[in-house]
Design a binder for this molecule. Structure first.
Ligand SMILES: [Zn+2]
Length: 404
């Protein structure tokens, strides 16, 4: 995707290509009001939302037609005939989130309250756009069918992938990067293939959104999320807004240098965090130590077996992560730094236990509401859930805080 496309993506709302679903602000105001105050009648909605009865009636008819609202009988008013009451219908529509990794796809379906109704993970042999777009399309179709949902109720799809977006000095930096996507319009490609509205987001930002909406960070407005994909990413939520940078590439934390003249990184630098503390880094370290990862061993199983090489990797990775977390704290002053993503919970917990966080940090203060570092709560699905959650949020919440 090119940078200009990324910029226009923001703030446009997602419902653009689906004429049946208006994206008007009033519509979301009405939906949000009913959700918070259900059951509610037309007059009450009109009064509270500052809209005319006629406008509310039109909006309600549309929302009912789309299955987002349903009636729940009448309530006697002060005068006149009893008013028809409306209720939010959480299963009237659903959203899909798909995370594309260099070697796998993760798909999650959420209903309108953000409840997960289905999820599936599938290996991806070839992550080039030519192969991945049809593979994702097929995965989504199968997931919708398996979930028993009707495709006509699909609100849209959040496609989540590692950065960087567009051509840059990190475009060809090894196995953590999706190659071949630098110069195509990703949003357009997927909208064409899926025939529904699409949002594109970077995996770490989507993971942060997921934790903000229903996870570890649900009480926080400013926090950071270090995302373990194949490489490493950083999602930053500051004052309730996700920080994307000029070109959507903020948060490439994998390529900050935590050891001067350290290990060579495919990006051309030496001593990048990612070569020490990512899943990819772990596999490289273990292979060098003679561990055969082909025989079903996982990072979690090696840790549970207290394999010496795995313990050694944890020690080293935690050291590098500690430095990076110190930088993140001093740069963004977050309420906490969350670690999560494609790494097993036990491995993240072991990393957190071994952290030796710098004392010279603004986060090192006596009055804290949360620990300096926490584990994410959505596990391996976190980025896919974030993608779907962004679709739902843009559809039903008028006072959008996380997504501009
Ligand atoms: Zn690098």
């Amino acid at each position: 995707m090119t940078s200009s496309e990324f910029m226009t993506e923001e703030g446009t709302g997602i419902i653009g290509s689906n004429a049946g679903r208006s994206r008007s602000h009033n519509r979301r105001v009405v939906l949000e009001f009913v959700r918070a105050h259900e059951p509610a009648g037309r007059a009450e909605i009109a009064r509270s939302c500052g809209l005319s009865i006629q406008a509310v009636s039109n909006i309600i008819d549309t929302l009912q037609g789309e299955g987002l609202l349903r009636t729940v009988g009448h309530r006697a008013g002060m005068r006149g005939k009893p008013a028809l009451q409306y209720q939010f219908n959480p299963d009237g529509a659903f959203a899909v989130g798909v995370e594309i990794r260099p070697d796998a796809m993760v798909c999650a379906l959420l209903n309108l309250t953000g409840k997960r109704i289905f999820s599936r993970r599938k290996k991806l042999k070839d992550a080039s756009p030519e192969k991945a777009v049809p593979a994702v399309t097929k995965l989504i179709a199968a997931a919708i069918e398996a979930s028993g949902r009707d495709r006509k109720n699909l609100l849209g799809t959040g496609i989540v992938m590692p950065g960087p977006f567009g051509e840059s000095g990190l475009s060809y930096s090894g196995a953590a990067v999706l190659s071949g996507w630098e110069n195509i319009n990703i949003k357009e490609e997927f909208e064409k293939a899926l025939a529904c509205p699409v949002i594109i987001e970077n995996d770490a930002t989507a993971a942060a959104v997921s934790e903000r909406l229903a996870g570890t960070a649900s009480e926080m407005n400013s926090f950071c999320f270090i995302y373990f994909g194949t490489g490493l990413g950083l999602g930053v939520i500051a004052g309730g807004h996700s920080q994307r940078g000029a070109l959507g590439n903020a948060g490439e934390i994998g390529h900050i240098i935590t050891e001067a003249n350290g290990l060579p990184c495919p990006c051309g630098n030496f001593g990048c965090l990612e070569t020490y503390a990512s899943r990819m880094g772990a596999f490289a370290f273990l292979e060098k130590a003679g561990v055969n990862m082909d025989e079903g061993a996982t990072l979690a199983s090696l840790l549970e077996a207290q394999h010496p090489a795995m313990l050694e990797w944890i020690e080293g990775a935690a050291q590098h992560l500690s430095q990076a977390i110190g930088m993140v704290e001093n740069l963004f002053d977050p309420e906490t730094v969350i670690l999560g993503g494609a790494m097993a919970d036990v491995v993240i917990d072991a990393l957190i236990e071994k952290l030796d966080l710098p004392k010279g940090s603004v986060a090192n203060r006596p009055a804290r509401n949360f620990p300096r570092v926490m584990r994410g709560s959505s596990g391996r699905l976190t980025a896919a859930i974030g993608g779907a959650a962004m679709i739902i949020h843009r559809t039903i919440t008028p006072t959008v805080t996380v997504f501009h």
